[in-house]
Design a protein around this ligand. Structure first.
Ligand code: BDP
Length: 717
């Protein structure tokens, strides 16, 4: 009955060219399974592959399945013939396969929507089969990746009953890529988008990029920087955008662009960009129609407006809603959306920066078009090593909010430090806003369940560039991976994800996996400790943000200095955001508000975020604050050294190329942790006037030395 089996072209069976191991293959290595018993078991369950559809996406799914099986089982798995055999892996939809239609899977497929799938062990035409079925071909592709992950995880496959669908519909990467190929806050080389050679030259990496993203369920990409350039919207560039969209489409990836709000002036020849001016609205409509003529499934616009010098509706005394709605009306008829960023704060505004986004957006709730999402960073300041969840989550009931995480580690050690970010993402997603009483998690705001929104999305600021290993460092690949996995399943634990990534990317050897997982799981906390312990934040160097700069003051904006945030003086340190200070706590729901407001109940990790605390304040440990601060900084250093030591003991488990790079980067991290600790303590000591506890290593240099360091060409600026 399997007459629709697709004959895949023969080159699929050619072994992959062996490459120098530079990490290019990411988590899609499909290294042969070496456990003989497992291998035998898998080989007995899997005898052939049947691809029952014939779209480009089906072809990709079939190719991936064969490629994965060939790698993992170290044998060629044939395609099925007209009659299927025991052990067939059958992929398709009820439309593509009569056999699947006959199985009456519809009841189950009803639950998986247009992106989910089932992976089931079934009897098909009297034969033992593994069925990967979905309602759409993209669902099938996702199912194939899930199935291959099961094999890579070494799990049993003889009685599969997986049913899975994404928790969030739009899972998007935000590339802060400029048209000159520099990447704002990029630490992995230049932009992948070779604009100058597009559309005529299609770098094979575009395909590999799409494949890697599809493997973790990412289905959208904003190609351009939020600090936008209107040139990207001109025909010359739209043709290039269309070429990329054509490559990405069969992988289920939609393209989005950033819209520079002043584009009607800059490339449209108008005298204004006032969103309520009919000529402006007309211009955007025409421009949007033009974009859709190039990219029929264009996703929509991401907009940074009236923030950090970007133009916006407030330049014309209009609101964010006026601006967003004007664009929403333009993309709406085409099915597009607008992602309007809440990352707005103004230097002219005397209000605590942490409060400004909430103050701007909450009053606008209910005034946005249905196809507008507000894109909110995880915390109210800016992607710091640790921030309390943004008070906007839960505070807007009528408007869908989407999460913006940063995958690139602008504030967590940039291109070298190991900081596995999934625990940080998880911490925020699992935070309870109490917006509708206990159990109103941030994850439920984002996945639409809390306020019943159908439009759901999540964004991660990409850490991908032209470096051969994509992310600049091997461990940073894990953050791309983890972002995708959490975007698909926001409640999936960070430890599970670490486990997957290690097995798929590095090694399946338990003697290796255990210690490496431990390194990953403790890494982000180490960074918090040696950079910004106890709720300190925004203490990095000016501009490039590389390295410590707690002394940064003066300059164009107070809210771009460190002293604005730590407020150290002879009495103590920390930002008083309590009800008697800036009252940022007032933006949270009870009882979170009261918990943060009270120095006795505020979680220790947010102490100095919300409170200005005397140097001699007695901490729960029994130490005074100053000593505790010193121990936290030192704890971070010790943790960085411990990671280094662990890794140094793991030589031989993976190839030398990746091993040595990781080793060198961990050494950089350990050194820079010392730099952060010593310079920060020397600086804060000028206020506390107390000695660094004797049992902590004393700084090797003076404060003046640390303050004199300059890095004029640090990347990503
Ligand atoms: C900050 C970055 C800056 C971005 C800004 C943003 O330093 O480069 O433009 O966020 O998100 O963290 O708009």
């Amino acid at each position: 009955m399997m007459r629709r089996c697709l004959l895949l072209v023969a080159f699929l069976f050619v072994p992959l060219a062996s490459q120098a191991d530079d990490g290019y293959d990411l988590w899609l290595r499909y290294d042969p399974i070496t456990n003989e018993a497992l291998l035998e078991q898998y080989r007995s369950v899997i005898t052939e592959v049947c691809v029952t559809g014939d779209s480009p996406t089906f072809a990709i799914a079939g190719e991936e399945l064969l490629r994965g099986l060939q790698g993992l089982l170290a044998t060629d798995v044939p395609l099925c013939g007209a009659e299927i055999q025991d052990g067939v892996v059958l992929i398709g939809t009820p439309e593509s396969s009569q056999a699947l239609a006959a199985l009456e899977l519809n009841n189950n497929l009803r639950h998986v929507g247009d992106q989910g799938y089932i992976v089931w062990t079934l009897t098909v035409d009297g034969k033992r089969a593994t069925v990967i079925a979905a309602n759409t071909d993209i669902g099938v592709l996702y199912g194939v990746f899930h199935y291959l992950r099961i094999l890579q995880m070494g799990q049993p496959i003889d009685r599969l009953s997986v049913i899975d669908a994404p928790g969030i519909d739009r899972r998007i990467l935000n590339h802060w890529d400029n048209l000159d190929r520099t990447v704002e806050r990029g630490y992995a080389g230049f932009s992948l988008w070779d604009w100058h050679r597009l559309p005529d030259y299609l770098d094979p990496r575009y395909t590999d990029y799409a494949r890697a993203n599809a493997s973790i369920g990412i289905n959208g990409t904003v190609l351009t920087n939020v600090n936008a350039n209107a040139t990207a919207l001109t025909p010359l560039y739209l043709e290039k955008v269309a070429a990329l969209a054509d490559v990405f489409r069969p992988y289920g990836i939609q393209v989005y662009l950033t819209a520079r709000f002043s584009a009607p002036i800059e490339i449209g020849g108008l005298g204004t960009a006032d969103p309520l001016d009919p000529a402006v609205a007309e211009w955007w409509k025409a421009k949007t129609d033009e974009i859709y003529s190039y990219v029929p499934d264009f996703g929509g616009f991401l907009v940074k407006a009236n923030s950090e010098g970007q133009p916006g509706p407030q330049d014309y005394d209009r609101s964010h809603a006026d601006g967003a709605n004007m664009l929403a009306d333009a993309v709406g008829p085409h099915g597009g959306i607008v992602m309007w960023r809440a990352f707005v704060y103004s230097n002219e505004e005397p209000e605590d920066r942490a409060k400004q986004a909430y103050n701007e957006f909450v009053p606008l709730d209910g005034t946005f078009r249905d196809n507008v999402l507000i894109q909110v960073k995880n915390g109210a300041i800016d992607f710091q090593p640790r921030e309390p969840f943004h008070p906007l989550f839960g505070a807007m009931t009528e408007t869908p909010l989407m999460m913006e995480f940063q995958i690139t580690k602008e504030y967590l050690g940039q291109g070298t430090h190991l900081a596995y970010l999934a625990p940080m993402y998880e911490e925020v997603l699992e935070a309870d806003t109490y917006a509708r009483g206990e159990g109103s998690l941030v994850a439920e705001v984002i996945d639409g369940t809390l306020y019943h929104h159908d439009l759901t999305a999540i964004a991660g600021v990409s850490n991908i560039g032209t470096d051969r290993n994509w992310s600049g460092s091997i461990f940073d690949q894990a953050n791309w991976y983890a972002y995708g996995r959490l975007a698909w399943s926001p409640r999936l634990g960070s430890e599970v994800i670490a486990d997957e990534w290690i097995r798929m990317t590095l090694s399946r050897d338990p003697a290796f996996r255990g210690p490496v997982k431990e390194m990953m799981m403790t890494s982000r906390e180490a960074v918090v400790d040696y950079m910004t312990p106890l709720g300190l934040h925004h203490l990095m160097a000016r501009g490039h943000h590389y390295g410590p700069g707690p002394w940064v003051e003066g300059g164009p904006r107070a809210d771009w200095t460190s002293v604005y945030y730590h407020r150290a003086d002879s009495i103590g340190v920390g930002f008083d955001r309590t009800s008697s200070g800036s009252d940022a706590v007032g933006q949270y729901f009870s009882p979170v508000r009261e918990q943060f407001d009270n120095i006795n109940t505020v979680p220790e990790e947010f102490l100095l975020w919300f409170h200005h605390v005397p140097w001699d304040y007695e901490m729960p440990s029994g130490r005074i604050l100053w000593d505790e601060l010193a121990y936290r900084y030192d704890r971070g250093v010790q943790a960085a050294r411990a990671m280094q030591e662990t890794w140094n003991g793991l030589e031989g488990y993976i190839d030398d190329g990746r091993y040595e790079q990781i080793k060198a980067f961990l050494a950089i991290q350990a050194n820079e942790a010392v730099w952060w600790r010593d310079s920060s303590l020397l600086y804060f000591q000028t206020f506390s006037g107390r000695p660094i506890p004797e049992d902590i290593e004393q700084p090797a240099h003076t404060l003046q030395y640390y303050m004199s360091l300059r890095f004029p060409y640090a990347p990503g600026n």
